[in-house]
Design a binder for this molecule. Structure first.
Ligand SMILES: Nc1ncnc2c1ncn2[C@@H]1O[C@H](COP(=O)(O)OP(=O)(O)OP(=O)(O)O)[C@@H](O)[C@H]1O
Ligand SMILES: [Mg+2]
Length: 222
């Protein structure tokens, strides 16, 4: 379960501050697939980064399965992020010097799994996203859709309860985008957790259980 209470995020801009999130509250119980839409600059990435522990809020509370994100000591927060959160970026963010398999193994190695098990899990993940034959390719040798599928395998390798996807299909053609979405949708169903997906694609948004618009610093049901 994800609970967000009275979340604020301000950024300094010159000698002023700009408020991006303005007392945003939101609650979702697993399993759920939630779409987030909103105009450019509305704060969608900011919100996802804060939920994923990649950025800090100015104030407010985030509870992930009863754990208060901000109150946790840094090492516990890192551990929780590693085990419970899978983050998928618009531009994949694979490590260029690692193969597809090594990229997909990373969270499992960070979690301290034995390398053989990490490798097994990553190989299974790549199989699920249809990339068995690409295990040893470098990211630069993969298409955009293939890189995004590796990123999904990486995000899912620890079977996290929270999958946060920031416009995962935004950089892909329509057909590849649909394929990538199906992989993500399947992963969310299998984990039985929460999928939060930012998308500009109304057709994909319709396939979610619920859609919210981020507007004026808050989420509104669409
Ligand atoms: N590190 C930062 N420092 C200052 N301002 C920032 C920072 N990050 C984001 N912003 C500002 O916060 C606002 C929200 O940005 P954000 O990236 O969350 O928007 P978004 O809804 O994801 O937009 P897009 O659809 O274009 O990805 C923007 O006005 C942006 O300029
Ligand atoms: Mg964004």
């Amino acid at each position: 379960m994800l609970v967000i209470h009275d979340l604020h995020k301000n950024y300094p801009e010159g000698d002023q501050t700009v408020s991006v999130l303005k007392g945003l509250s939101f609650e979702v119980r697993s399993p759920a697939r939630i779409g987030i839409v909103g105009t450019s600059g509305a704060g969608k990435s900011t919100l996802l980064h804060i939920i994923g522990g990649l950025d800090q809020p100015t104030s407010g509370k985030i509870m992930l399965d009863g754990e208060d994100w901000q109150a946790l000591p840094e090492n516990r927060r890192c551990r929780l992020r590693n085990l419970q959160i899978g983050f998928i970026f618009q531009f994949y963010h694979l490590l260029p010097e690692l193969t597809a398999l090594e990229n997909a193994m990373l969270p499992a190695l960070i979690a301290g799994l034995p390398p053989a098990e990490a490798k097994q899990r990553a190989a299974n993940g790549l199989k699920q996203v249809g990339l068995v034959s690409r295990e040893n390719h470098m990211p630069s040798q993969l298409s955009g859709g293939e890189q995004q599928r590796v990123a999904i395998a990486r995000a899912c390798v620890m079977r996290p309860k929270f999958l946060l996807a920031d416009e995962p299909t935004g950089n892909l053609d329509e057909t590849t985008g649909k394929e990538v979405f199906q992989v993500l949708d399947q992963a969310a169903k299998e984990s039985g957790g929460v999928l939060l997906m930012v998308t500009h694609n109304r057709e994909l948004a319709k396939k979610m259980d619920a859609v919210f618009e981020l507007k004026d610093g808050k989420l509104h049901a669409v």
